[in-house]
Design a binder for this molecule. Structure first.
Ligand code: ZN
Length: 97
């Protein structure tokens, strides 16, 4: 049985998704499609903390994947502006007094 990646408790099978691409990079081309091996994604949920996760092994290149850990100055400014408008629209700011 798969153990939760966060708390180590047992997980419960939720969903199986067969015939999914085996990786999100290097998708096959029309010429290499016959060589591609689809995979089944097994989605499970932790019985203790509720985290939904895959119990599949990670792809072989997972340590080399580039992740965006920062954003540009322009994007930061845009997101702050967007968040302020959201807070105003839904009146989420704390009222003083
Ligand atoms: Zn858990």
């Amino acid at each position: 049985m798969h153990k939760c990646r966060i708390c180590g408790s047992n997980t419960i099978p939720l969903l199986k998704m067969p015939n999914m691409p085996s990786r999100s990079q290097f998708f096959p081309t029309e010429e290499t499609l016959n060589l591609d091996k689809p995979t089944t994604l097994n989605i499970v949920q932790c019985s203790a903390c509720g985290l939904i996760q895959l119990n599949n092994e990670p792809v072989s290149y997972y340590k080399e994947v580039i992740r965006a850990t920062s954003v540009s100055k322009e994007m930061r400014k845009f997101r702050i502006h967007q968040l302020k408008k959201f807070i105003e629209k839904y009146r989420l700011s704390r009222k003083k007094g």
